[in-house]
Design a protein around this ligand. Sequence first.
Ligand code: DGL
Length: 257
Amino acid sequence: MNNGPVGVFDSGLGGLSVLQELKRVIPDEDYIFYGDSENAPYGVRSDEEVYRLSHHVFDELLDRGAKAVVVACNTATSVAVRKLRAEHPEIPVIGMEPAIKPAAEQNPGRLVVVMATPVTLRREKFSHLVSRFCDIADIVPLPSPDIVRYVENGQLHDEGLRGYIRGLFHSLGDERTVDAVVLGCTHFPFVSDLIREAAGPQAKLYDGNHGTAEELLRRLKERDLLSAPKDHYTIEILNSAGDAQTELSWKLFRGEL
Ligand code: DGL
């Protein structure tokens, strides 16, 4: 057993959607969440920059005693998770995976749209997933870089955002019925209502948050790292952009926006 906290990080606030699921699936752990909002978005940066920033935040979590780290960002996972794992074999490092597998398997022969950042969509992790499941469903990438900015500002119901998301789906062509949407960026579950509205009522939404929580649980058990029972479990939220963004993080985490 190990009572150290689980470290969780993202380029900003998106990873809080993962933290919500981690807390739901594994409530009896302490968590430290680090949002790098000062440097968000990661999804339009070069691979070198994403790696450098991810590494910096990862080290910060290790310095604070993290016994495992969840990379709660699809972009940082695509670029950095393999190297981080290789550099730190002593701790579990869990990444995100866009939920293409369940979306394709549950919608055979249908249109599966994958919304993610440009970095995620150009990396080999994504092309590998598409090549595994493209015989089952029609998998179409939809780069959606601007959503992150609205979530970072706490503007979850903004009219500009609604128009932007509608425009993204229009760009697919009106004749196509979208059967499934993969939320391949951890910021996107926070605006799932607007995405559902634009994709149409028939569209089912998929994200990788539950899979990541299950994977963390497996890895903690495997290495005997689960926390010993205690009266109270803590969540600490840190943000590189300072106090106002930390306050906004808590509101988002608690579903108050
Ligand atoms: N939340 C991140 C992800 O899951 C990326 C957002 C960004 O571009 O910084 O990809």
